[in-house]
Design a protein around this ligand. Structure first.
Ligand code: 4NP
Length: 156
């Protein structure tokens, strides 16, 4: 089976979506799932920046290394490259729908539709606890997403 291509999207691409990428990468590897993944932000403020130090620290504590990730902005080409684009909150989803090219092939979903439902709250202006909460939500949703992606080839 061809690798599944997934793009995780939030506003700044320095907190939630790089964390989603790091969490999902590790879990997919453990599950033996072949994937191509990236993350991006709908906004451009942090393009080129590493993930927020607070997010990196919280993730590192659970074994996810986000240090090599760099922020980029979503672009129209993403809607042809990825199978599924995962939005962290409703505002991200609205922005993605607005910018989606009419013939784009990517499907859109809320990240937490595979987990607790609702939105991954923006932790940028929140307390340290906010980052742990984001990771809890992302870990559960990543497990749910992996379960959904585990199709088996009949003749492998
Ligand atoms: P993220 O968090 O969307 O999870 O990366 C944010 C980071 C920065 C800003 C907003 C949200 N900002 O306004 O700079």
């Amino acid at each position: 089976m061809a690798p599944v291509r997934l793009l995780f999207v939030c506003l700044g691409n320095i907190c939630r979506s790089p964390a989603a990428e790091g969490v999902f990468a590790k879990k997919a590897k453990e599950a033996g799932l072949e994937i191509i993944i990236d993350s991006a932000g709908t906004g451009a403020w942090h393009v080129g920046h590493a993930p927020d130090e607070r997010m990196q620290k919280a993730a590192q504590g659970r074994g996810y290394d986000l240090s090599s990730l760099r922020a980029r902005q979503v672009d129209a080409g993403d809607f042809y490259v990825y199978d599924l684009i995962l939005a962290m909150d409703e505002s991200n989803m609205a922005d993605l729908k607005e910018m989606a090219p009419p013939d784009g092939t990517a499907k859109l979903a809320m990240m937490l539709s595979f987990g607790a439902g609702g939105e991954v709250p923006d932790p940028y202006y929140a307390s340290t606890d906010g980052f742990a909460h984001v990771l809890n939500l992302l870990e559960a949703a990543s497990d749910g997403l992996i379960t959904n992606l585990k199709f088996e080839a009949p003749h492998a």
